[in-house]
Design a protein around this ligand. Structure first.
Ligand SMILES: Nc1ncnc2c1ncn2[C@@H]1O[C@H](COP(=O)(O)OP(=O)(O)OP(=O)(O)O)[C@@H](O)[C@H]1O
Length: 231
């Protein structure tokens, strides 16, 4: 694994909310590297700091100490985000929702629509294209969110509890959609979850507990590289 493959380099990054006696340390010095091709789960209970760590990786929060850099990315636009729950715009139909980030990035309406339709087809949601968000289920909405990120062809997909509000079978289909999105685009995939069954479907796992990234295991010997070594 060459240094060029490091897409996100999180070095001893901490995140504290508030000050003084009210300060909450959401993330204690976390070391983590995301490489091209990674399929990584960050597992931990509610409140353990998973979302906070993901926000650091996405550049949505600045670390209070330590650093997060993106050596293998041309910018934060190379990161596709999938959040838990509603992220679709109610007044736009599903294909328009899927195409929106592309249109906002300057793609023509026709090309964006075409890309959105093929992304929806890849995650098995082509039949929903003309519906409004209120006309689809929560699980379908999460698969549409996966299609939307697929259409953007990011280098890294960061998904925050994408199956959190779904039953097991529906959550499995959302994970299928995210894995398809990552495979089709060649993106690395990082998923936060409290569900060990979801984590088991990814190649490598980190554990978050009380803000500490405590351990990782792997089903592949070389996936240990996902944890950054102290430098
Ligand atoms: N904006 C904020 N201001 C103050 N405290 C916050 C803020 N965001 C998160 N926290 C606190 O930081 C800690 C970690 O929260 P975080 O949302 O990262 O955990 P989580 O593991 O993602 O939980 P969940 O699975 O419930 O989303 C919690 O104690 C939370 O209350």
């Amino acid at each position: 694994m060459s240094p060029a493959d490091v897409l996100i380099d999180c070095r001893d990054a901490a995140l504290t909310f508030g000050r003084g006696p009210n300060a909450v340390v959401a993330v204690h010095g976390a070391a983590l590297r995301v490489h091209a091709g990674d399929r990584l789960a960050i597992v931990g209970p509610s409140g353990s700091g998973k979302s906070s760590l993901l926000h650091l990786l996405a550049g949505l929060e600045q670390p209070t100490s330590g650093s997060v850099t993106w050596p293998g990315l041309s910018g934060l636009r190379d990161i596709g985000l999938v959040f838990q729950g509603d992220s679709l715009i109610p007044a736009l139909d599903i294909v328009e929702n899927t195409a929106l980030p592309l249109v906002l990035n300057g793609m023509s309406d026709d090309r964006a629509r075409e890309a959105a339709l093929s992304a929806l087809a890849l995650v098995g949601t082509a039949d929903l294209a003309d519906r409004l968000p209120e006309e689809i289920s929560g699980g379908q909405a999460q698969r549409v969110a996966a299609a939307r990120v697929l259409a953007q062809a990011p280098r890294v997909i960061l998904a925050d509890e994408p199956t959190g509000r779904l039953d097991h079978a529906t959550g499995g289909r959302v994970l299928d959609a995210l894995l398809t999105a990552a495979d089709e685009t060649g993106a690395a995939l990082v998923v936060t979850t409290h569900d060990p069954a979801v984590a088991a479907r990814l190649t490598a796992r980190c554990t978050m507990h009380d803000g500490r990234l405590t351990s990782a295991d792997s089903t592949e010997a070389d996936a240990a590289h996902s944890l950054g070594e102290p430098s």
